[in-house]
Write a protein that binds this ligand. Structure first.
Ligand SMILES: C[S@@+](CC[C@H](N)C(=O)[O-])C[C@H]1O[C@@H](n2cnc3c(N)ncnc32)[C@H](O)[C@@H]1O
Length: 252
C-alpha cells in the first residue's frame, strides 16, 4: 500500500485492512473522496477519479481568465465529478474581480452531472447553483445558441484498443464512458471541435482547452483530422511527467 493510500485512509478514519479486501479498487472510491486543487470532492464509480495532471489544465484556464478584460462566458463539456469547473469556480470566488457572464457545465451521464451538482453545493453552498447552468447533453448536439470565451474538455481520450492494457484499478473500476475515446482516442474530441466550428460557439479570440492522450500532437492532428488542423491554431503543452497532454486551440 502506498503512502498516499495510507494517508487517504487515515484522513477518512478507515482501516488499511478493509482496503486490502477490495482488490484493485482505487482508494478514492473506497473513501468516496479525492483531493483536487485543495478541494475535497466526492467521487463514486460513475465518474473518473480526477488526475493530478488535470490540475495543470485548471492552471491553464486560470491564466487565460486573468488575461481576459471583459466579463466572460465559460463552458465545460464532460465534467464528471465537476473537478475542473469546481477548481476554476473556487478561483473565481477568491479573486472577486473576475466577472463572468455564464458558466455552463455538461455531461452525457445523469449520474455524473448529479454528483457534480452535489460537489458544487457542498463546496460553495446552494446559492452557487443559481450562477451555473448544468446540462445533460451528448457533446454539443442541439446545443443552445451561445458564444463562449473559454471551452474546456477532458473527454474520454484512450484509444479503444488500449483499454485492455490499462491497469486493472482503472479498467475494472472506472467507467468506460469516461475512458474510451474511440478508434484513435480523438473521435469524441474531434466531433466536439467540429460542432464548435459549425455552430459558431466560440467568440473571435476565445480559446478551447483540452486534455488529450500523449499521441495527440500536432502531427497526429494534421495527418488524421485535417479540418481541425486547418481551422485552428494549436498549441501543444506537456504535463509534469513530460508527456504531451494539453492542447489550446484558437480559431484561425
Ligand atoms: C475523462 S472523464 C473526465 C471527467 C472530468 N472532467 C475530469 O477531468 O476528471 C470524461 C467525461 O466525459 C463524459 N462524456 C463521455 N462521453 C460524452 C459525451 N458524448 N458528451 C458529453 N460528455 C461525455 C463522461 O461521462 C465523463 O464524465
Amino acid at each position: 500500500m502506498s503512502v498516499y493510500e495510507k494517508n487517504q485512509l487515515l484522513k477518512y478514519s478507515l482501516k488499511e485492512a478493509e482496503l486490502l479486501t477490495k482488490g484493485e479498487l482505487p482508494v478514492e472510491y473506497f473513501t468516496g473522496f479525492v483531493n483536487f486543487k485543495n478541494l475535497d470532492l466526492k467521487v463514486n464509480q460513475n465518474v473518473l477519479i480526477p488526475r493530478v495532471e488535470t490540475e495543470e489544465l485548471v492552471d491553464l484556464l486560470i491564466n487565460f481568465a486573468i488575461s481576459v478584460d471583459e466579463s466572460f462566458s465559460y463552458l465545460e463539456v464532460g465534467t464528471g465529478s465537476g473537478a475542473i469547473s469546481a477548481a476554476f469556480f473556487d478561483f473565481l470566488l477568491k479573486t472577486k474581480k473576475i466577472q463572468f457572464e455564464e458558466l455552463m457545465i455538461t455531461d452525457v451521464s445523469n449520474e455524473a452531472l448529479n454528483l457534480a451538482k452535489e460537489n458544487f453545493t457542498s463546496l460553495f453552498g446552494a446559492s452557487a447553483l443559481s450562477k451555473i447552468r448544468f446540462l445533460k447533453n451528448d457533446l454539443l448536439d442541439n446545443f443552445p445558441k451561445k458564444r463562449f470565451n473559454m471551452i474546456v474538455a477532458n473527454l474520454p481520450y484512450i484509444p479503444s484498443s488500449k483499454i485492455e492494457t490499462l491497469d486493472p484499478s482503472v479498467k475494472d473500476h472506472e467507467p468506460l464512458l469516461a475512458l474510451d475515446g474511440g478508434e484513435t482516442g480523438f473521435e469524441l474530441i474531434n466531433k466536439m471541435l467540429e460542432q464548435i466550428l459549425n455552430q459558431d460557439l466560440l467568440v473571435e479570440d476565445g480559446k478551447i482547452f483540452l486534455e488529450v492522450y500523449e499521441t495527440h500532437n500536432l502531427r497526429f492532428i494534421e495527418k488524421r483530422f485535417r479540418k481541425i488542423y486547418e481551422n485552428f491554431s494549436i498549441l501543444e503543452i506537456k504535463d509534469q511527467f513530460e508527456r504531451q497532454r494539453f492542447l489550446i486551440l484558437q480559431k484561425i
